[in-house]
Structures are given as structure tokens and as C-alpha cells.
Design a protein around this ligand. Structure first.
Ligand code: ATP
Length: 487
């Protein structure tokens, strides 16, 4: 496997094998003491020919088409020695080696660039992310879900993802059967409720799963929803009503957005947890309850506790174990798997994605996380009829985000590091003028990507390819592409 065949890490400077020597057994997030930087593959059309991750163990590595390169990108569009990554004055520097088609970081062509954690690098059609540490954790998880070796999690299939999710799911599986109260932390749409339901499902508790969003319910109603009421407790209370605490007896109570719970309700909840009994509003006697609590929040509860807006004693009681879900932009290696899983969920298991769509999905920063990706795929299926999802069917937010994609940086972001030597191959010309004429025809995916980037402008596509407009029209005809759809 690999571009470059089985690698000898001493020869090549990377240890990326997931099927044998050198592949660490631990997954992301564990404290291992091994924190090598490296590149993690996010997407390549021929991803089976790559390692899932390339761990840096020497201070200089070459990326290129030659199979002898430590990081081989086996593609015609990639130069034999395309780019170099070297360690200089405490930074990892990516330098384009005068390649034919350029090297991109964060969607822009660069000459030299000091890499930052999670920088997205594109060489040819291969997209990687640079990680400043922990690259060794990614070496066993391929972007299509294949795992080389043992999976950590075995029962939480609903938590789709790569190595970070496997680690988290393994953690959830371990704590689910215990009595520990759990705090699930993460931005909106990262899957906190999926985790909470998973904890309940694997807990072995026979009661039901009850969920409430503390931010979505008016404060005056929250207590009656949670603790229930007795008939006559207030006007309109014409019968006893059990609250969610009672309904979750023997099961799990999921308190979403716990940071929004008013202080009075917090005091009552603490009592429920300590005394294992609930007093309905207007009641004089308590009902015994046995609940397991899982909470979620996107807020910083430590700050709320410090500011007196959240009770420290309740926080300690709820936070017996914390599960942190990273935002999607920090785990883009999950995007392909998630997209495929949503395609199945929404009735299009055979949905395929054009290359330009995958480029966009990897490049976008997903402010609303997995929920946003889910909506994007669901909508895309409706628009494309469930066969091929193409760039024009992506939401406006993504199209807008992609507008600057493929630009050349106006200044290379290396700062004062350059120690003499040849100047970086920087040009202030737009890339379309700087690129030499290509030899062959673009592939259909390449052409679609160019059309997306230039919003259907044939002249601009032609300039970038170094070809006449008529030639671009001939290719459009050949691939049966309507460039108007990209405008
Ligand atoms: N790892 C995942 N695998 C599969 N689906 C996921 C994953 N993470 C999230 N989802 C899906 O994304 C959507 C949002 O997830 P969920 O409601 O659990 O997020 P949340 O963090 O609880 O959001 P909020 O904070 O807004 O309540 C759901 O449809 C869920 O099924």
C-alpha cells in the first residue's frame, strides 16, 4: 500500500504504517508522550494508495510524485519533487519546489509557508491537514472507515467518524454502564445528544431516556416540566402531572444546555440528585427516583461557576465524567464518512460526490458542525435526485466560502524566517497568469472544480489551464457539462 510502498521510517522520515511496525496502538486524545507532528490525509480520489497519516520523524521531507519520496502523491498533476517540509527555528516550513501546478495551504497557493496546527495542505488532488502533534494516532484510520487493527469502540456505531470519534466512542462505552454523571461538552451540532442517547442505550438501565433543553423552555415552565406538579399547584393545574425526573426513573435524564438552568431550579435538581427523591410543585410528599443524569452544554461552566451563575456543588455532582466533542473543523477526516452516512440516512446510499464538492466539504469551516453537514447532504440529495452531488447544489454559505479558493497569497506567510537562499517562488501575478500551459486535458472533476472556482467563467478557466476558450468549450461538450450552472 501507499504511494511509495511500505515505508522504512528511518529511510523516509515518516512512520505511517497502520499495518505493522511503528504504528502506535493508542488513539487520539490519549496521553502517550508521543506527539509527533505530521500530515493526516483528509481526501484524495485515490486515497487507498496513501497512508492515513504521515508522522514526521526527521527534520526534512519531500512531497512528490516519485515513489521514493517520504510522502508520495501518485498523480500526474504532481511534480516528481513537488514540495518540501522542513523544520527550521522551531517551525515546520512548507516550501513549494517550483512545482508545475503549485502547492496550496488553506485554499491559497503558497511559495513558502510556516505551518500552523490544522492547516489544510493541497498537493495535486490530495488534501491533508498538518497536525502539530499526535499524528501517530491517525495512522490506523482510513478516511473511508477502514481500520487497520482493533477498533476501540465496538457498540456505538451511531457515532460516525475516524480516529478521534473512535477514541471518544471507546470512552463512552467504558463509562456508560457505570453510575457516573456525565457532562458532554461541545459546540452546537457536534453530536452531544447522540452521545447522551448512546450512554443511555449502553447503560443497561431499563427506564426511559428523557431529554429537555433548558435554554428552550421559559424559566417559569422549566421547573414544572422537570419536577412535575400536583393538582391545584397553580391555576390551570387540574390534575397531577409527573415531571421528566419522574418519567426518567430507572433511566436517564438528559439536560441539554444545562448552563441556562436558573439558580432556583439548580438548587432543586441538586436536592433530587442528593436525596434521590423529587418533590412535585405543590406537593407535600416526595417520590423516590433513581436517575442517571447526562448534561450537555456549549458554555464554559467554570466561568459560570466563577461568576456565581452556576452552583459549584451541582457542577461537581454533574461533572463526574466529561466527554469533549471537538468541532467538525478540527476533525475533517470525519467529513467523508459522515457525508456517506447521511446519504444513507436520507435514502441515497449510492450518492457520489464530485471532486469539487469534496474539495469544498474539506475546505469549509462548518460553524454549525455536523448538523450543518447533515443539512447540506440532505438538501443536496433533494436537489440532485440522489445520484451525483455537484458544486452548484451546495448551500450558498459554502459557495461563498469557496470564492477565494485557489488564490495566490499576496505575501507569503513565512515572516522573517527566510535565511537567504533562493527567494520563494512567489509571484504577485494571479495564479491564472502564472501557471504554465498544461499538457493534457483536465479530468471531468478538475474541470468542474475550475468552473466552481471561476463561477462558470470560461475565459478564466482557459487562462488557468493555459488554453483557448474554444478548447475549454470542447472539453465541456465532451463531459456534457453546462457551465451556466456554475454562474
Ligand atoms: N458523530 C456523528 N455521527 C452521526 N451523526 C451525527 C454525529 N454527530 C452529530 N450527528 C448528527 O448531527 C445532528 C446534530 O447532533 P446533536 O443534536 O447530537 O448535536 P448537539 O451537539 O446535541 O447540538 P445542540 O448543542 O445544538 O443541541 C443530529 O442529526 C445527529 O444525528
Amino acid at each position: 500500500m501507499s504511494g511509495g510502498g511500505p515505508l522504512n521510517k528511518h529511510m523516509t522520515g515518516v512512520s505511517s504504517s497502520y499495518h505493522g511496525e511503528g504504528a502506535p496502538e493508542r488513539a487520539a486524545g490519549e496521553t502517550t508522550g508521543t506527539t509527533h507532528p505530521g500530515l493526516v490525509l483528509l481526501y484524495a480520489p485515490n486515497f487507498e494508495q496513501f497512508h492515513p497519516a504521515y508522522v514526521f520523524t526527521v527534520p526534512e521531507l519531500i512531497i512528490g510524485r516519485d515513489a521514493t519520496n517520504p510522502i508520495c502523491v501518485p498523480e500526474q498533476a504532481v511534480s516528481r519533487q513537488h514540495a518540501r517540509i522542513s523544520y527550521l527555528d522551531g517551525r515546520w516550513i512548507l516550501s513549494d519546489l517550483g512545482s508545475r501546478n503549485g502547492t496550496m495551504v488553506g485554499g491559497r497557493f503558497v511559495g513558502e509557508h510556516a505551518l500552523g496546527h490544522l492547516d489544510e495542505i493541497r498537493v495535486g488532488d490530495a488534501i491533508f491537514k498538518f497536525v502539530a502533534g499526535g499524528a501517530e494516532h491517525y495512522v490506523r484510520h482510513r478516511i473511508d472507515g477502514a481500520i487497520f487493527g482493533e477498533r476501540r469502540a465496538h457498540h456505538l456505531a451511531e457515532l460516525v467518524g475516524g480516529c478521534q470519534m473512535d477514541f471518544i466512542a471507546g470512552d463512552v462505552e467504558r463509562i456508560a454502564p457505570t453510575e457516573l454523571s456525565c457532562m458532554v461538552l461541545g459546540e452546537t451540532g457536534t453530536g452531544k445528544e447522540v452521545v447522551a442517547r448512546g450512554i443511555h442505550r449502553l447503560s443497561g438501565r431499563r427506564g426511559s431516556f428523557q431529554a429537555i433543553n433548558c435554554a428552550a423552555i421559559p424559566h417559569n415552565l422549566l421547573e414544572s416540566e422537570l419536577f412535575g406538579y400536583r393538582r391545584g399547584a397553580f391555576s390551570g393545574a387540574d390534575r397531577d402531572k409527573p415531571g421528566l425526573v419522574k418519567l426518567a426513573d430507572g433511566g436517564t435524564l438528559f439536560l441539554d444546555e444545562i448552563g441556562d438552568m436558573p439558580l432556583e431550579a439548580q438548587a432543586k435538581l441538586l436536592r433530587v440528585l442528593q436525596m434521590r427523591e423529587v418533590f412535585p410543585l405543590g406537593g407535600t410528599t416526595a417520590d423516590k427516583v433513581d436517575i442517571r443524569v447526562v448534561c450537555a452544554t456549549h458554555r464554559d461552566l467554570y466561568t459560570l461557576v466563577r461568576d456565581g451563575r452556576f452552583r459549584g456543588d451541582l457542577f461537581a455532582r454533574l461533572n463526574e465524567h466529561a466527554v469533549r466533542l471537538p468541532p467538525l473543523r478540527e476533525r475533517k477526516e470525519d467529513v467523508l464518512l459522515l457525508a456517506r452516512s447521511f446519504a444513507t440516512r436520507y435514502g441515497a446510499p449510492r450518492l457520489s460526490f464530485t471532486f469539487s464538492v469534496l474539495v469544498a466539504l474539506m475546505h469549509y469551516n462548518w460553524p454549525f458542525n455536523v448538523r450543518e453537514l447533515e443539512s447540506c447532504i440532505k438538501r443536496g440529495i433533494a436537489l440532485c435526485g440522489g445520484s451525483v452531488l455537484d458544486a452548484p447544489q451546495l448551500p450558498d454559505a459554502i459557495a461563498e466560502f469557496m470564492k477565494g479558493y485557489g488564490a495566490r497569497t499576496s505575501i507569503d506567510s513565512l515572516g522573517p524566517l527566510s535565511h537567504g537562499g533562493p527567494p520563494p517562488p512567489f509571484s504577485s501575478q494571479p495564479i491564472s497568469q502564472a501557471l504554465p500551459s498544461r499538457r493534457g486535458a483536465p479530468t471531468e472533476d478538475e474541470l468542474r472544480e475550475l468552473l466552481t472556482r471561476h463561477r462558470g467563467n470560461i475565459a478564466a478557466v482557459g487562462r488557468e489551464l493555459g488554453k483557448e476558450r474554444m478548447q475549454v468549450h470542447r472539453w465541456l461538450k465532451k463531459y456534457n457539462i453546462d457551465h451556466e450552472k456554475y454562474r
